[in-house]
Design a binder for this molecule. Sequence first.
Ligand code: CA
Length: 298
Amino acid sequence: MKIISKDQFVYAMSKDSPAVEHVADGEVFAFDTMDAFSNQIVSETDFFESADWSTVNPATGPVFVDGAKPGDVLVVEILDIDVGNTGVMVAVPNMGAMGHLVDRSESKIIYIKNGFALFNENIALPLDPMIGVIGVAPSGEPVPNGTPDCHGGNMDTKVIRKGNRIYLPVNVDGGLLALGDLHAVMTDGEVGICGVEVGGRVTVRVSTIKNRKLETPIVESKDHWYVIGSDIDLDSAVKFTLDQTHLFLSARLPLSTNEICMLMSLICDLQISQIVDPKITCRMAIQKTPLAKYSLSF
Ligand code: CA
């Protein structure tokens, strides 16, 4: 199995980034990743002061998927996520949704042991590793890895985890897949500006679906489809995500536009992924069970 080194990384998703590896359609391979701070915070006397979103979130890659063409969809199955044994968190005045409550810059080392992240001697949190940054190159200008958008990027969405698959629109030849910014633990909102930031290894299988229109990433789990939308503020992200969910369902169900609107109030949960990045990300969780008789597929 190919393992892409964490030393081969990008700070932006760009069509001009040279591929560091080629993989075949259907291939299983792995990415080794640094943490969101490029492994620069190793003690509680190292601080994250930068508000520069262009030098955070190194993403390992990009990887060229042979045969992937603009207009296709790239399917990334997340087979495994292993995280390292030391994570880090930061608090920075005036950054994030709660920066007004942060009275000084602080870094906190979080040890990871026996499947738990140890916040302090009394709070041990079960690991639930997820991928903060995953995406492909956009067709236009590069997008820094601090920002989520229709190409993926810094979606900080906790359902991007082991066992699930993510569908991404291919915008350039080979897709140019990159990922990083693993979190050992993170809850919806990411209100404190980070999760337990950690390096690790992500094992994936990639494949393509030819000639399929997709405007924004979609995640599939055993029980749900998640339509993911990012925009400049929460209201805009919600509106975009609802419209994309309506499109997704309309294309797959023999129901009227009004019935789809009604159904979305009954089987879809609107959830907030993160409110701290340069664009805000939310998602619509579509329950699969009520639609079982329609055998929805991507
Ligand atoms: Ca992130």
